[in-house]
Design a protein around this ligand. Structure first.
Ligand code: AMP
Length: 248
């Protein structure tokens, strides 16, 4: 059993995002970066599957500049076996990420490609679906429970108004939702051990991929500031709502 987990390095969820002065993107200099929270859940689930199936190997893949190696080391400290860093000047768009993951999957032939449901920086929610299409593998997205019976997976998906249970053959693409598990903390001995675990560095050309962005970001801007609220009495409420509605 082999599991590949895609992990993205993103601005930590506790950081207040600042827009760059030239509106070309968000400021990442001197900003705390972390593993995308849904990807940490994916790593945790892969490690739990490995605990149940000790022959399993967990490989984490991150695409981006050299700094993503820190995120890979974090996943290795949590319990992944080895890492692959695909070196690009910046994190690419979802279609390129999906193509890279397909190329890595073709080389490694895993049983599961485990991803987060979305990266919290660009909120795309596209890579799992695209990778599943490129690989022609079944997909289960927004998953809150996984169980394996031989080469068959049962997954529970969080859908609007309920839970959907799916059964599908492996290999497959699975994307994690928030309630799948609570990730563990890395212990100091495991952080030390992670430094010795293998980390392979590849380029897009090693994988035969050319980055061809299909759109250009023109501008990133702050959302409009919210107007201050008004304090009113109960008697004033209905006329106030009517007035606000009339103003559109
Ligand atoms: P997205 O479709 O961009 O919201 O991302 C969905 C998932 O794809 C993430 O939670 C990661 O598991 C994976 N992913 C996205 N970008 C990268 C990247 N640069 N490197 C590795 N995995 C990624």
């Amino acid at each position: 059993m082999k599991i590949i987990v895609g992990i993205k390095r993103v601005i930590d969820y506790t950081v207040k995002i600042r827009i760059k002065a030239d509106a070309s993107g968000v400021e990442t200099n001197n900003v705390k970066m972390s593993i995308n929270p849904f990807d940490e859940i994916a790593v945790e689930e892969a490690i739990r599957l490995k605990e149940k199936h000790p022959e399993a190997e967990v490989i984490v893949v991150s695409i981006g500049p050299t700094s993503v190696q820190e995120t890979i080391r974090h996943a290795l400290a949590l319990g992944a076996d080895r890492g692959i860093h695909v070196d690009t000047p910046a994190a690419p768009l979802p279609l390129t990420v999906a193509k890279v993951l397909k190329a890595v999957v073709d080389n490694e032939t895993p049983h599961i490609l485990l991803l987060g449901k979305q990266a919290i920086d660009d909120d795309c929610n596209q890579v799992a679906q695209m990778a599943s299409a490129l690989l022609n593998w079944p997909q289960a997205t927004f998953v809150s429970h996984i169980s394996l019976e031989g080469q068959t997976c049962r997954a529970i998906r969080e859908v609007d108004g309920g839970l959907e249970t799916l059964s599908f053959p492996l290999p497959a693409v699975i994307s994690t939702d928030l309630r799948l598990n609570t990730p563990r903390y890395a212990t100091l001995p495991n952080i030390m051990k992670s430094k010795q675990k293998p980390l392979q560095v590849l380029t897009l050309s090693d994988l035969g991929i050319e980055e061809s962005p299909h759109f250009k970001v023109l501008k990133v801007s702050e959302p409009p500031a919210r107007k201050a609220g008004a304090k009113i009495t109960v008697e004033e409420l209905v006329p106030y709502i009517k007035k606000v509605q009339a103003e559109g």
